[in-house]
Design a protein around this ligand. Structure first.
Ligand SMILES: *Cc1c(COP(=O)(O)O)cnc(C)c1O
Length: 419
């Protein structure tokens, strides 16, 4: 079986022919690499080279002029990164992809490329903390306007689009409170007005949702999370049409952020991708059991998990997500001190930010990932100060549940009689 694609950098990826006939798990393992071109090496070689030699002066000049394809400097492209990029493009059903040093590097490289002073972004009201901070603190400083809208309300969106609206930006599910955004509806509104849609698919991964198939222009990933999957790297990706990705590579990445990925990181992400389907299945299976356990517990006030029928957007989740994922948000029916005691009492589940790792991770958004919002902003953006975010890991479900149960017991509340 050969799933290798064109060896020339950044060339249009052929989705037709062989690649469409195999499943996603197969693509995640094989796509865009042909071992026979690399001494039969099962894994792609690591090209730890900052620069690439030219056959002669003319060839170098032609490459710089964009008239000849090839790698010349690893801030712009690198053969190891190229395999990851082509593989991710195939998984996301996009023409092309670009690897970056982090998720935030992917977001900033894409936005800096598309925006100029006077333009406006419409963003969903709930965003990952550093994305919010980039919009609030960096973009506004350079004369870009930001409007935060509840994108579950399509009328509200239509009302705030103006001639200056350049980008509509959202996450689904959103970090940290698990709101969903209807990708297809938002993108069809944006398309009519020639506005670029950017969807952060970090929580979903292409195994769960493929925004390009639903009309999105650009898909963002923090590869630090599920794609890498082992908590041992920082990386990002942007996927989209080749013309757009080429621009982000040659403007945003090359000249504005310079935040390129290391080939070593690309290798680790490709290693992670090989088990992405298995991991997402197990994360989702465990998370549904944890969410159900929390939902029936006396000390839990609310649970937000798209796989629970009580989630207000359960039917959208069923349409838009192949699995419900590994992330849960919940609030305790307890004081702030008791919530803290609950988290401090966990023994297996680790107190840490980040998500998508093998280890279950718990954190408090208001004091950690979303502390860049003021309390008033958190309130306006629907991020409760008592919200707890749990990234359900790959451990045995019985062990995760019993850790949660023993932490609840530390709160020392009188047990309700079961009679
Ligand atoms: C973590 C995260 C980011 C930022 O990614 P980094 O790799 O940490 O730069 C962006 N979006 C979402 C939804 C995230 O969870």
């Amino acid at each position: 079986m050969s799933l290798s694609l064109s060896k020339t950098p950044h060339s249009l990826i052929e989705h037709t022919s062989t690649n469409n006939n195999v499943g996603l798990a197969t693509k995640a393992i094989h796509a865009a690499y042909d071992a026979s071109n690399e001494h039969g090496a099962l894994n792609p070689p690591l090209h730890m080279s900052s620069t690439f030699t030219f056959e002669n002066v003319q060839a170098g000049g032609d490459m710089f002029a964009g008239e000849k394809e090839g790698h010349f400097y690893s801030r712009i492209s690198n053969p190891t990164l190229q395999i990851l990029e082509e593989r991710m493009a195939i998984l996301e059903s996009s023409e092309a992809a670009l690897a970056t040093a982090s998720g935030i590097a992917a977001i900033t490289s894409a936005c800096w490329t598309l925006l100029k002073a006077g333009d406006e972004i419409i963003a969903d009201k709930t965003l990952y903390g550093c994305t919010y901070s980039f919009f609030e603190h960096a973009l506004q400083k350079f004369g870009v306007g930001i409007k935060y809208v509840d994108l579950t309300d399509l009328d509200a969106l239509e009302e705030c689009i103006t001639a200056s609206t350049t980008i509509i930006y959202f996450e689904t599910p959103s970090n940290p409170n698990m709101r969903l955004v209807d990708i297809k509806s938002i993108c069809s509104i944006a398309k009519k007005k020639a506005i670029t849609t950017i969807v952060d698919n970090t929580y979903g991964t292409p195994l769960i949702t493929r925004p390009v198939e639903l009309g999105a222009d650009l898909v963002i990933h923090s590869a630090t999370k599920y794609l890498g999957g082992h908590g041992d790297l920082i990386g990002g990706l942007v996927c989209g049409a080749k013309t757009l990705i080429d621009r982000i590579r040659l403007e945003g990445l090359k000249d504005m952020t310079g935040a390129c990925m290391s080939p070593f990181t690309a290798m680790l992400i490709m290693r992670g991708l090989k088990t992405l389907e298995l991991r997402m299945q197990r994360h989702s299976e465990n998370a549904l059991k944890v969410a159900s356990f929390l939902a029936q517990h006396d000390l839990v006030e609310r649970v937000d998990y798209p796989g629970l029928k009580t989630h207000p957007q359960y039917s959208l989740a069923c349409q838009q997500m192949a699995l419900f994922g590994g992330m849960i948000a919940f609030e305790l029916n307890a004081s702030a001190n008791e919530s803290e005691l609950f988290m401090n009492s966990l023994q297996l589940i680790q107190r840490a930010v980040s998500l998508g790792d093998a280890e279950s991770l718990i954190q408090h958004p208001a004091s950690m990932t979303h502390s860049v919002y003021t309390p008033e902003q958190r309130e306006a953006h629907g991020i409760s100060d008592s919200l707890i975010r749990l990234s359900v890991g790959l451990e045995c479900i019985e062990d995760i549940l019993s850790d949660l149960a023993q932490a609840f017991e530390q709160l020392n509340r009188p047990k309700l009689s079961s009679a």
